[in-house]
Design a binder for this molecule. Structure first.
Ligand SMILES: NC(=O)c1ccc[n+]([C@@H]2O[C@H](COP(=O)([O-])OP(=O)(O)OC[C@H]3O[C@@H](n4cnc5c(N)ncnc54)[C@H](O)[C@@H]3O)[C@@H](O)[C@H]2O)c1
Length: 302
C-alpha cells in the first residue's frame, strides 16, 4: 500500500478482494522480518507461496535506489527465510522480470541465455532475487519457480507503465513522450494470460534434477510473455484507435536504463505447464481503455 503510485487504486483493488472466502489482508512490509514471521506463524502450515511484492519500475530505480534494495533484496531474503522454515511447503513461486535480459541482442530472449548485463538497478535486483533463490533452493531443497514477466498490462494495472500513462495523457489532452523516437519493441502480456501462467507454474513444482532445473537445485525459471514483439508505434496506434483520438507526440532519445526490444521465448513454459497466451494487443488495449474510462469515470467518448 505504499505511495509509489496512487494508493487509492490499490485500495480499490483491495475492495474487490476483501470479504472473499480465504482472503486475508495484512498491511505489512515484506522486508520487516518480525512482521512477516508473525504472519507466517499465525497462519501456518503454508502449502505454497506466490511472492509478487516488489519495488517495480525502471525509471524510479535511478532516483530511489534504496527502495529497490529494501523491497527486492531484503524483501526477497525475508520471503526465502520464511519459505525455508515452512514445514511441508510444496512450492515457492516468485516474480522476476524480462528486464534481467538487459543488453542482450539475441532474440527471442530464452531462459538459458546469459543474463549478466542489467541496464538498470531494478533489473539487477530482480536478477539478484533469482540468484538468492537458487542458493536457497540448493542449500535447503526449496522447490522454487521464478517467472520473468514481460510488460504485463490490463485493467487495474500500474499507472507508471507507458500504456497506462499514455492513455491518461491522451484523454487529458497532454502530449506523450515517445522514447528512442518510437524505435522500441515490447512483448506485451495480457494480465489474464499472466495469471494463467502463475497458476500453471504453481501447479508444477520442480523435482530435484527435473527438466530445466538449474544445477542440483529444484529451482527453475520461465518466461511469461506473449511470444510477439510489438512495435511501440503500433501499440500507441492501438491506444489512439481505442480512444478515438490522436496523441500529440514528443519524440525523445532512449531513456537511461531502458531496453530497446523484448521478445519472449515461451517454449519451456508451454511445455511444462501448458502456458498458452491468447490475447494480443488489438484485443487487450480496447479492453484496458474501456476499464480505464469506467474506473476513472471518463465522460466523453472522444
Ligand atoms: N507489470 C509488469 O509488466 C512486470 C514486469 C516484470 C516483472 N514484474 C514483477 O511482477 C511483480 C508484480 O508487479 P506489478 O506490476 O503488479 O507491480 P505493483 O507495483 O502493482 O505491485 C507490487 C506491489 O508490491 C508492493 N510492495 C512493494 N514493496 C513492498 C514491501 N516492501 N512490502 C510489501 N509490499 C510491497 C507494492 O506496494 C505493490 O502493491 C513485481 O515483482 C514486479 O517486479 C512486473
Amino acid at each position: 500500500m505504499n505511495a509509489y503510485y496512487d494508493p487509492a487504486l490499490k485500495k480499490a483493488r483491495l475492495g474487490r478482494l476483501e470479504g472473499r472466502k480465504g482472503f486475508i489482508f495484512y498491511n505489512a512490509d515484506i522486508a520487516d522480518r518480525a512482521a512477516m514471521g508473525a504472519i507466517f506463524s499465525e497462519y501456518g502450515p503454508v502449502d505454497a507461496i506466490i511472492h509478487l511484492a516488489a519495488q517495480a519500475g525502471v525509471r524510479h530505480s535511478l532516483s530511489h535506489p534504496f527502495d529497490y534494495a529494501r523491497s527486492n533484496l531484503t524483501g526477497q531474503m525475508v520471503m526465502l527465510e520464511a519459505a525455508r522454515h515452512c514445514e511441508g511447503l510444496k512450492h515457492f513461486v516468485y516474480a522476476s522480470s524480462s528486464s534481467v535480459y538487459g543488453g542482450n541482442t539475441k532474440q527471442p530472449f530464452a531462459v538459458g541465455d546469459p543474463v549478466n548485463e542489467p541496464l538498470s538497478l531494478y533489473a539487477a535486483t530482480k536478477r539478484a532475487g533469482e540468484l538468492m533463490t537458487q542458493s536457497y533452493s540448493h542449500l535447503y531443497g526449496l522447490p522454487a519457480t521464478g517467472l520473468r514477466f514481460f510488460t504485463v498490462y490490463g485493467p487495474w494495472g500500474r499507472p507508471d507503465m507507458a500504456y497506462f500513462s499514455f492513455t491518461r495523457d491522451i484523454i487529458e489532452g497532454r502530449p506523450i513522450t515517445v522514447f528512442n523516437n518510437g524505435d522500441m519493441k515490447r512483448d506485451f502480456t495480457w494480465i489474464d494470460d499472466c495469471v494463467a501462467g502463475i497458476l500453471g507454474a504453481l501447479e508444477h513444482p520442480p523435482a530435484v534434477r527435473g527438466k530445466y532445473c538449474i544445477g542440483d537445485a529444484p529451482h527453475r525459471i520461465f518466461n511469461i510473455g506473449n511470444n510477439r514483439a510489438e512495435n511501440l508505434t503500433d501499440f500507441i496506434a492501438a491506444i489512439e484507435k481505442a480512444l478515438g483520438r490522436t496523441a500529440e507526440k514528443i519524440m525523445a532519445p532512449m531513456a537511461p536504463g531502458d531496453v530497446r526490444e523484448t521478445y519472449a521465448d515461451i517454449g519451456a513454459s508451454c511445455e511444462i505447464f501448458g502456458f498458452n497466451p491468447a490475447t494480443g494487443v488489438a484485443e487487450g488495449i480496447p479492453r484496458f481503455v474501456s476499464w480505464y474510462r469506467d474506473f476513472y469515470k471518463v465522460k466523453e467518448a472522444a
